[in-house]
Each structure stands twice: as structure tokens, then as C-alpha cells.
Design a protein around this ligand. Structure first.
Ligand code: C2E
Ligand code: CA
Ligand code: CA
Ligand code: CA
Length: 280
């Protein structure tokens, strides 16, 4: 009878319920991670392809979990979104990024830019614009140009006035906008003209298959030509080989980002990379 009872218990504890409990636990973990300073911002160089110089960096969050070690954002960003914690996390990433941007503009290049990712949820949040960011930039003595906001294509499809307002607000502040993961969604080229976008980031799935005469090569070339005609600059993501770099350069791509140049690294290490470049 005892055994049957135990079996019945497991029968009434479906996987979904276990998943829900795990989610709750992870959400609490996320909240204490934010309070306990367990998040880190890593930076990955964005390289000007023609000169090979680092012109920009993308800020990428990491979670240094006390038990699990480094946790990928792919694992916790979705949870941060569904729990609403993404707002606070995003604010924190922005503050850190602006602080480093200020230093790198001062010590390395006056036009250095740091880009930060904004989930649709962050970008579309009601009732709160970028006033806080602007105040923070002012405190640091930074112009809006020091920061680039990376958003995804899907946002532009939902051409609600909220999205348009946020984009206008960014433009007024001089903050540039990059369209992330370009080519993976319902890419409609018309919105590139309709909205004020500054950078196109060609998704890694295109870069991966670059080869002379390949269809991804043809697509990348077409994207670059079109982007340039519209006054946008192009950043290729996921550049891992010299061949990819050379093909992109030949196709007129402006910037590259990927393991060929460097993986995302802690800020101090990124600072050292810039130092080496500035001294060279
Ligand atoms: P993403 O914005 O597309 O960022 C690029 C991802 O590609 C990063 O993964 C980066 O480490 C990885 N990557 C860079 N170069 C290469 C390469 O040559 N090969 C390969 N295979 N991968 C490369 P990561 O850091 O794991 O971030 C994953 C995603 O998490 C990001 O994709 C972004 O959507 C999200 N994310 C990261 N940080 C933040 C954040 O602060 N806020 C928000 N909202 N999302 C973030
Ligand atoms: Ca990004
Ligand atoms: Ca602009
Ligand atoms: Ca991307």
C-alpha cells in the first residue's frame, strides 16, 4: 500500500510541475544574483575589417553562479524576460557598459562605442523611456554616441507607435541603433528605410556558410550593397576563419565580430587588448 502511495505521488507530479518549480527556484536565484553581484559584463571586440582595429565592443552578460559556474545568457535571459527581471538586469548592463565606454573613449579612442542588447520586452516596456540612460550618460560626461542599442527585426514588424517613439527618442539622444541577427526573422527590407537604423548585423548563420559562389555569399553581398545604399554600416557576426574575414572584406563589409578576433572577455581583459592596440 505504501508503494502504491508513492507511485501515485510521482504520477501526480508531472514534468510540467517540476519545470515550474525549477523556474521558480531559478527566478529566485536570478533575483539574488542581481542583489549579490553575481552578474558580469563581458565584452567582445567589433573589428574594422579594413584596418583590423577594434572600433567597438558588444556587451554580453554572464552569470557567475556560485554552484554552477558561468551560466550562458541563452539559459537565463528567457527566464529574466518572463519574470520581468530583465528590466533591472538591462539597466545594470547599461550602467556598466557606459562606465567602460567612458573610460575607453578617454584612454583609447574618442569615438569608441559599446553596444548593449535590448530584448523586445525591454525596448517596448510601457511608460518608461530612455530618460534614465540619458541622465546617466550626462553624469559621465558622455554623448549618446558612446552607446549603440542592439534590437531584433521582429520589433520593427510590430510597428506600434511605442516602438517608433522609442526609436525617435534614441535618435534625439544621439544613440545609434543596430539591427541584430539580420536575416533570421521575417526580414522585410522596407523597414530599413522606414526606421532610423545605423547598423545591420549579419547573423552568424550566414557567416558560417560563406564560400565563394555560395548562396549565402550572394545573399551577404546583396545585403551589404543594399545596406550601404541606405546609409547603414554592416557588422558580420560569428567570423571564425580568415577565409570568412577575407570574403566579407571583399564584399565590402565594414566590421566583423567573432572568435577569429576574440571571444567575449571580462572588461579588464578587454581593456588590456585595447591598450596593446593603442600602444602598437
Ligand atoms: P547575440 O546578441 O546574437 O550575441 C552574439 C552571440 O554570439 C554571443 O553569445 C557571442 O558570445 C556569440 N559569438 C560571438 N562570436 C562568435 C563566433 O565566432 N562563433 C560563435 N559560435 N559564437 C559567437 P552569448 O554571449 O552566449 O549571448 C547569447 C545571446 O544572449 C545574445 O545573442 C543576446 O541575444 C543575449 N544577451 C547577451 N547579453 C545580453 C544582455 O545584456 N541583455 C539582453 N537582453 N540579451 C543579452
Ligand atoms: Ca547582439
Ligand atoms: Ca541613427
Ligand atoms: Ca546577434
Amino acid at each position: 500500500a505504501k508503494n502504491a502511495g508513492r507511485n501515485r505521488f510521482s504520477y501526480f507530479t508531472p514534468a510540467l510541475q517540476v519545470a515550474a518549480i525549477n523556474r521558480m527556484r531559478m527566478t529566485n536565484d536570478l533575483r539574488s544574483a542581481l542583489k549579490g553581484g553575481q552578474f558580469r559584463v563581458y565584452f567582445q571586440p567589433i573589428v574594422h575589417l579594413r584596418t583590423g582595429k577594434i572600433h567597438k565592443a558588444e556587451a554580453l552578460i554572464r552569470w557567475e553562479h556560485p554552484q554552477r559556474g558561468l551560466v550562458s545568457p541563452l539559459e537565463f535571459i528567457p527566464l529574466a524576460e518572463s519574470s520581468g527581471l530583465i528590466i533591472e538586469i538591462g539597466e545594470w548592463v547599461f550602467m556598466e557598459s557606459a562606465r567602460w565606454a567612458s573610460r575607453w573613449r578617454r584612454d583609447h579612442h574618442p569615438e569608441f562605442q559599446v553596444s548593449v542588447n535590448q530584448s523586445p520586452l525591454e525596448f517596448q516596456r510601457e511608460g518608461k523611456g530612455y530618460e534614465g540612460w540619458l541622465a546617466h550618460l550626462r553624469e559621465l560626461g558622455l554623448s549618446g554616441q558612446a552607446v549603440v542599442v542592439e534590437i531584433t527585426e521582429g520589433l520593427l514588424l510590430d510597428a506600434s507607435s511605442g516602438v517608433t517613439d522609442k526609436l525617435l527618442q534614441l535618435r534625439d539622444a544621439g544613440i545609434q541603433v543596430a539591427l541584430d541577427d539580420f536575416g533570421t526573422g521575417y526580414s522585410s527590407l522596407s523597414y530599413l528605410k522606414k526606421f532610423d537604423i545605423d547598423y545591420l548585423k549579419i547573423d552568424r548563420s550566414f557567416t558560417r556558410n560563406l564560400a565563394p559562389e555560395s548562396s549565402d555569399m550572394a545573399l551577404s553581398e546583396a545585403i551589404i550593397v543594399m545596406a550601404h545604399k541606405l546609409g547603414l554600416r554592416v557588422i558580420a557576426e560569428g567570423v571564425e576563419t580568415h577565409e570568412q574575414r577575407d570574403l566579407l572584406l571583399a564584399a565590402g563589409c565594414d566590421y566583423g565580430q567573432g572568435y577569429l578576433f576574440a571571444r567575449p572577455v571580462p572588461a579588464a581583459q578587454f581593456d588590456a587588448m585595447l591598450m596593446a592596440q593603442t600602444r602598437a
